[in-house]
Design a protein around this ligand. Structure first.
Ligand code: GSH
Length: 217
């Protein structure tokens, strides 16, 4: 298997974290480097959705979409499970994963734009959007069992790099990094999650890539 990945991408990082956690061997292809840079006709021809991460299987089939890749890996490599067994626990995991991808990440990415040179972003308004999305997350955390009362799962791994991205983006924009100040559920989760080796490794890779990006801007 080959994972087309980038240490800057929170979506690729969640897959790498799963690989590290489970001790799965997959060759990593850094997408920044040739032979398959993003946004080229060759890339779109081979990988129609045009985004990373991509998991290329040994028979040549290519899977896009980080969550789909994670579900595939979970089924193929069930040791050290990251998906619960019961229907209700699976549903709760899925709700948290969808919160990350449909609420948190979309609220974050406008704030990231100035860091890659996109002009015209109203940073104060975007910050308020993000704060609103995080507050929703806290409410979700309050109605679900906390990590520790339940096992670590794919949704935790999916959220961790997005969360770090939010913190790093705010710091890079000189905005208050106080998102968790009054949110005890998420604050505790964030402390717990960073103590897990596979997650800490992925977060460090993210930090280094983000530092390299912001040093260039
Ligand atoms: N829904 C996708 C999102 C993947 C995504 O947005 N990847 C970004 C990197 S973080 C990408 O490949 N961007 C390249 C581009 O838009 O050209 C997933 O979960 O895998």
């Amino acid at each position: 298997m080959k994972l087309y990945s980038s240490n800057l991408s929170p979506y690729a990082t969640r897959v790498r974290m799963q690989l590290y956690y489970k001790g799965i061997n997959a060759e990593q292809v850094a997408i920044e480097a040739p032979p398959v840079p993003l946004r080229t006709p060759e890339f779109f021809a081979r990988y129609p959705l045009g985004k990373i991460p991509l998991l290329e299987l040994d028979d040549g089939e290519v899977l896009p979409e980080s969550w789909s890749i994670m579900e595939y890996l979970e089924t193929q490599f069930p040791d050290k499970p990251l998906a619960p067994a019961s229907a209700i626990e699976k549903a709760r995991m899925s709700v948290r994963a969808r919160y990350t991808d449909l609420h948190l990440a979309p609220a974050l990415f406008p704030l990231f734009k100035p860091l890659i040179g996109v002009p015209g972003v109203d940073i104060k308004a975007a910050y308020q959007e993000l704060k609103g999305a995080v507050t929703k997350g806290e409410r979700l955390w309050q109605i679900q069992p906390q990590l520790g009362e339940r096992a670590l799962d794919l949704a935790d791994i999916a959220m961790a790099p997005v969360w770090l991205f939010a913190e790093m983006t705010l710091t890079a924009l000189n905005q208050p990094n106080d998102l968790l100040a009054e949110l005890p559920g998420l604050r505790h989760w964030w402390q717990q999650i960073q103590a897990i080796d596979a997650i800490a490794t992925g977060l460090d890779e993210n930090r280094q890539a983000f530092a390299a990006l912001t040093a260039k801007v």
